[in-house]
Design a protein around this ligand. Structure first.
Ligand code: ZN
Length: 327
């Protein structure tokens, strides 16, 4: 084949392979039109304005002169991650979170008297009513909202429906725990156009779904202060990308995952900041992985001035310090 023909042939192959793949990777989400390449600066600003980072809220000092605040958090999703394809064997991977993962996590936290925050979709608690009882028995953990059915909020694509699910979730957890939850973590960390307005209206103290900083900050919405405290998460300090999907992830060695988490903690410690780890009982609750988490806890406890707290305790403290600073 002459070289020009070969080039055309290659170009065709590239088009055939890469255009559909690229398109398949980024389907447009309802309510979020793409920002066109010829958009004006104003249009670009508008395109990113829905939720932005506002002022930093890290206090001058943590309680009792601690250098760093550490929050261990667990999203108790269990079977609901397979809601749209509920085949029996994958469902059992989620069920493991309730039968084995969570009890193991709670025992580990007991051994070191560490508090933690648990974000529970209402229907996950309904499938396993003992989850909430077992967490509450410890008397030092927090339970927060994580959707009704682990619904992906942008794809609900109906503000009234979304608000109804939020209200139901709050009511369910309030009744089951005897306390209205103050923390919100969006299922799959996904916000719709309405989510921030709705959680403000519902009176949440804090959100934990965004990634614009490593430290507490205030959420802005369309350039306006919201008063909503953000306690940020990120994919680096999350068990999911390392161990899932199919429990045979891209970095399955718990020692390597320990190294990453330790690296995140060490710099948070140097920066006198905040370290939030996001885990799932059905993922981290496995034997080799819980051992790695225990090693991390032992390491962090060996350092001077580490404040283990729930996200609620951190948000409360941040809010109090903010008020004091304004006096
Ligand atoms: Zn989740």
């Amino acid at each position: 084949m002459p070289s020009k023909m070969r080039m055309i042939g290659c170009a065709l192959v590239l088009r055939l392979f890469f255009v559909p793949i690229a398109a398949a990777q980024a389907p447009p989400t309802p309510g979020f039109p793409p920002i066109p390449i010829d958009a004006t600066e104003d249009q670009v600003r508008q395109g990113v304005a829905l939720v932005r980072a506002g002022q930093k809220l890290t206090p001058k000092a943590w309680p009792n002169g601690a250098r760093v605040a550490v929050c261990l958090s667990f999203d108790v999703d269990n079977e609901l991650l397979w809601r749209t394809t509920p085949l029996p064997v994958p469902l059992s991977q989620g069920e493991y979170g309730a039968t084995t993962g969570l009890p193991r996590v709670l025992d580990l936290l007991d051994r070191y008297s560490i508090p933690a925050s648990f974000y529970i979709p209402a229907m996950s608690a309904a499938l396993h009513p003992q989850i909430i009882q077992n967490i509450l028995q410890r008397k030092r953990h927090e339970i927060g909202v994580h959707g009704w059915m682990h619904e992906n909020l942008p794809t609900v694509a109906d503000a009234a429906k979304e608000e109804q699910l939020l209200t139901q979730s709050i009511e369910y957890l309030t009744k089951a725990t005897g306390k209205r939850p103050v923390g919100f973590r969006a299922p799959s960390w996904a916000f719709s156009q309405s989510t921030l307005d709705q959680i403000r209206k519902a009176g949440f103290l804090y959100d934990s779904s965004f990634m614009a900083m490593d430290e507490p900050y205030e959420l802005l919405s369309n350039g306006q202060k919201t008063g909503m405290i953000e306690l940020p998460i990120n994919w680096i300090a999350d068990d999911y990308p390392y161990y899932e999907p199919q429990a045979a992830g891209s970095l399955p060695d718990p020692q390597l995952v320990f190294d990453v988490y330790k690296g995140e903690f060490d710099v948070a410690y140097q920066e006198h900041s905040l370290f939030i780890l996001t885990m799932h009982p059905h993922i981290t609750g496995h034997r080799s992985r819980i051992a790695a988490l225990e090693k991390l806890i032992v390491y962090m406890r060996s350092m001077q001035g580490v404040w283990f707290a729930t996200l609620e305790q951190v948000a409360d403290y941040v809010k109090t310090q903010e008020k004091e600073a304004k006096k």
